[in-house]
Design a protein around this ligand. Structure first.
Ligand code: PBG
Length: 320
């Protein structure tokens, strides 16, 4: 009776005491794009403020984010040589492997994660082996597992399979264990939707499918139960953490994940949602910083334990 919610909003001190959710510097994982070469730092036109690095400039960037207090990075390898056997992806001296080795040598405690998918390496841009225009599930598993083992050998703390092949987590866990990488973890892109919000990323990674689309392996945006099934399978196959991707249009799925599974829940604040905010802010239509923080907080509030975001640096600067 006579409950007045505004009593709890009376002053900034009271509001801060009553805050239910907060962002901290340990919430963020920062994605990084790396390619062969030297002295490269090219801005991705559809993702202002994000760059493609060569290993040397990547290390300079890692120094910046390390000093800001970011605890984890997610490495994406880019390839100029498109080859459907993905030799480069499996090469222990490949660009991702080189980056991981150099980062771990200089910053041993920084958590280094690597994306495990072949779409940036294949000529057709699909996430697996193609046969008769169809992405072959089981034929792709060996590639993904080999890639993951190679990343582990380089020193990756977590490998993050994003190809959406059935049994990819089991295949990778088996590969890692057989090769003695029992402490290398798996962050599974479990509920990865067939989303149009990946557009700018595909620009960045030059990884757009050259025919067809990814609807036969990524999930239908209409579905919830399917996400729960995917997450359940991945946890049972040995995923240490599971991911919901994209985060923003799938906050309900993040909530389901947090309530349904006893592993850390990671949410990917994908490229399209980064670029939308950047573009609108450039027009002067929205306040970039305020919208960014509100968006990240909503992902946390929904139930994410960690957020992969291109905004990680900007957000931490705000928190500091
Ligand atoms: C690779 C992969 C993609 C993203 C992360 N890993 C692209 C895709 O599936 O097409 C998208 C990330 C983003 O949009 O920020 N399969």
């Amino acid at each position: 009776m006579n409950l007045r919610p505004r009593r709890l909003r009376k002053s900034s001190y009271i509001r801060s005491l009553c805050k239910e959710n907060t962002l901290t510097s340990s919430d963020f994982i920062f994605p990084l794009f790396v390619r062969k070469g030297e002295g490269i730092k090219e801005e991705i036109s559809s993702m202002p403020g994000q760059f493609r690095y060569s290993v040397d400039t990547l290390l300079e960037e890692v120094d910046v984010i390390y000093k800001l207090g970011i605890k984890a990075v997610l490495i994406f390898g880019l390839s100029d040589v498109k080859d459907d056997n993905c030799k480069e992806a499996l090469d222990d001296n490949g660009i991702v492997q080189e980056s991981v080795k150099r980062i771990k040598k200089k910053y041993p405690e920084l958590c280094v994660m690597t994306d495990v998918c072949v779409c940036a390496y294949t000529s057709h841009g699909h996430c697996g082996i193609i046969h008769d225009k169809y992405v072959e599930n089981d034929a792709t598993l060996g590639l993904l597992s080999g890639m993951a083992v190679s990343h582990a050998r380089a020193g990756a703390d977590f490998v993050a399979p994003s190809a959406m092949m059935d049994f990819q987590v089991a295949a990778i866990r088996e590969g890692l264990d057989e090769c003695g990488f029992k402490t290398t973890g798996i962050l599974a892109y479990s509920a990865k939707y067939y989303s149009s919000f990946y557009g700018p990323f595909r620009d960045a990674a030059n990884s757009s499918p050259q025919f067809g689309d990814r609807a036969s392996y990524q999930m239908d945006p209409a579905n919830v139960k399917e996400a729960i099934k995917e997450m359940d399978l991945d946890v049972n196959e040995g995923a240490d953490m599971i991911m919901v991707k994209p985060a923003l249009s799938y906050l309900d799925i993040i909530r389901e994940a947090q309530q349904g599974f006893d592993v850390p829940i990671v949410a990917y604040n994908v490229s399209g949602t980064y670029s939308m905010i950047k573009a609108a802010a450039k027009q002067g239509w929205i306040n970039e910083t305020a919208c960014m923080m509100e968006m990240l907080l909503s992902i946390k509030r929904a139930g994410a334990n960690m957020i992969i975001t291109y905004f990680a640096k900007d957000a931490i600067k705000q928190l500091n």
